[in-house]
Write a protein that binds this ligand. Structure first.
Ligand code: B12
Ligand code: SF4
Length: 504
């Protein structure tokens, strides 16, 4: 029995609507057949620590690999890694994922995390394990996508690797995951269908929006699986588990028109509905025939980063320079013809030269959102407040640091309620956004969600929707959003679903 086994842990990220833990699944694929490993999915465990401890008590586990995105996952990632360091000090701790890559300094400096995989781990992880197993530590700095502390206590960030050919990677070990957690449990009912499969078909994004966490990791690169490769996995799930819906978790599924069109042709007559994320200016270049094909192939809704209706701000956000307010209006009108629902996400509360300007921009965006709703009432609206990401050296990040904004200096400070809200993009902790502005954004959001409850809340029935609309419409019409307690009351008792908080 080997004693160098690996635990791959997905900390709890949701209390319902569990998705296949693609991050640890793909990390598992990278070492499949090379090292022995187990999956622990915090979402499906009652007490995940008990399972982890059971494995560690055997003495056969030498590595603890944990995926970490900001927000709720930190609540298990930090204390569990700490307990491991205290109770099992010989276990080597390795973190990966968006939080680990973007906030690597606090992670490594905490002394709890030995190694961080910076971005894609498909080669970095097996390479790291090999170096450690062979005690070849001088080779650490030649492993791409790695962050660690050297003998002089200095944090070393190694070179970034070119994005790997996704089709050449090992197949995802679905059957092995099924051994730990029945895959059926991940195929929940959503507004898309009765059995929804979550799939990640590409890495990165070719754009450099100044507020986006994808940018520092992928540095404007994108690479996707081929349509035939995607279909292999889709058909496996269709035949074996009778899936009828897919959520594509890619940052930018629609980057390559050619890939989307080819994929859509393969999906015709599969009776599978799907959803993915894209950019307005990219998809606006698709022809009417393309959009018709995509709809026929099952695409029901597209998540699109609208960000703001202010052209000046759009330029500052570095959206790629081609998205405009007028284009958004035309585009939501266009999608209406094809019965594809546009799901527009807005980022309110960007820094500006003075308080008045920040406030003016927020008010203008509220008006713009109402205009969009008028043009295409089916449009779903997601409102985030701007929360900085540490893109070191970027103009935007330098500007926000000058304004007095600072990320926590200690890893455990990320667990404070204020930073948890920050992660959920609900309370930004940015000095230029004043409490009255945050209240105004939330009040408007409540009224908007009252008049137009999201289609993704499948528990809300026709009558509940009707009542919500009835009590919210007058406020919406006259623009009086202040403290909509009566609407919040019903949203609360009916557990109204907010995609912006739950992650979509
Ligand atoms: C699925 C998903 C979720 C799921 C959680 C799934 C789960 N793990 O259980 C849900 C929907 C619950 C979710 C929630 C949230 N999410 Co989320 N989520 C994603 C999404 C779309 C896909 C993640 C994924 O599976 N990727 C596929 C895998 C294969 O890629 P990967 O994770 O990058 O893994 C590779 C490497 O990073 C590395 N790696 C990763 N982990 C590890 C671990 C080890 C040990 C090693 C060696 C390597 C390694 O190797 C992997 C293979 O190459 C990403 C965006 C994206 N496209 O990645 C956002 C994303 C990670 N989420 C994000 C956020 C902010 C959230 C929220 C916290 C807030 C919000 N409002 O969205 C919420 C929390 C909500 C709540 N109340 O719980 C942001 C993070 C931004 C940031 N600032 O860092 C992202 C990037 C979306 C975005 N563009 O803004 N999310
Ligand atoms: S297009 Fe979307 S994923 Fe790409 S950099 Fe901009 S916000 Fe991020």
């Amino acid at each position: 029995m080997s004693n160098n086994k690996i635990i791959l842990f997905n900390p709890r990220s949701a209390n319902s609507k569990y998705r296949i833990p693609n991050s640890i699944l793909q990390v598992g694929a990278s070492i499949d057949g090379l090292f022995e490993y187990v999956f622990v999915d915090g979402n499906l465990e009652k007490v995940a620590w008990d399972s982890i401890e059971k494995y560690l008590e055997t003495g056969n586990f030498k590595y603890f690999g944990c995926t970490v995105m900001p927000g709720p996952q930190l609540k298990e990632a930090i204390p569990f890694t700490k307990k491991i360091k205290e109770k099992y000090p010989s276990v080597i701790t390795i973190w990966g994922g968006y939080f680990a890559s973007n906030q690597y300094k606090v992670a490594i400096e905490s002394g709890l995390v030995d190694y961080v995989i910076n971005g894609i781990g498909d080669n970095a992880f097996p390479n790291l394990l090999r170096v450690i197993e062979n005690q070849d530590f001088e080779k650490l700095s030649s492993i791409k996508n790695l962050i660690f502390r050297n003998d002089e206590n200095k944090i070393i960030k190694t070179q970034k690797e070119d994005l790997v050919d996704q089709d050449k990677l090992n197949n995802l070990p679905y059957n092995y995951l099924n051994h730990f957690y029945p895959l059926e449990r991940y195929l929940g009912k959503t507004y898309l269908g009765s059995k929804t499969f979550s799939y990640h078909s590409s890495f990165g994004c070719p754009f450099t929006c100044s507020f986006c966490a994808v940018v520092p990791i992928y540095e404007a690169r994108w690479r996707g699986k081929s349509p035939t490769k995607i279909m292999e996995d889709v058909l496996f799930f269709k035949e074996k588990y009778k899936i009828d819906a897919i959520e594509f978790h890619d940052n930018n599924f629609f980057t390559s028109r050619k890939r989307v069109v080819e994929f859509s042709k393969l999906m015709i007559n599969q009776q599978i509905s799907w959803w993915g994320e894209g950019r307005i200016d990219t998809i606006d270049k698709y022809t009417d025939n393309d959009l018709k094909l995509i709809r026929q192939a099952g695409c029901k809704m597209i998540f699109l980063g609208a960000e703001t209706g202010n052209d000046e701000l759009l330029k500052q956000m570095d959206k790629g320079g081609t998205q405009t307010a007028q284009q958004m209006k035309d585009f939501v009108a266009r999608l209406r013809h094809f019965q594809i629902i546009p799901e527009l996400s807005f980022v309110l509360g960007f820094p500006a030269d003075n308080e008045q300007l920040v406030w003016e921009n927020i008010k203008k965006d509220i008006q713009f959102i109402k205009e969009i709703k008028k043009i295409n009432p089916d449009t779903e609206i997601i409102i985030y407040t701007y929360s900085p990401v540490p893109t070191e050296g970027s103009e935007m990040y330098e500007k926000i640091k000058l304004s007095g904004f600072q990320f926590p200096e200690k890893l455990e400070d990320w667990l404070s309620p204020a930073w948890e809200k920050f992660d959920l993009r609900k309370s930004p902790l940015t000095p230029w956004l004043k409490p009255y502005m945050i209240d105004a954004i939330r009040d408007f959001e409540t009224v908007l969600n009252g008049v137009y409850p999201t289609v993704s809340d499948i528990r809300l029935n026709k009558w509940q929707r009707f009542l919500l609309k009835l009590i919210s419409s007058f406020r919406y019409k006259i623009g009086f959003y202040w403290k909509p307690k009566e609407i919040r009351f019903f949203q609360h008792i009916w557990k109204y679903r907010q995609p912006e908080i739950e992650g979509f």
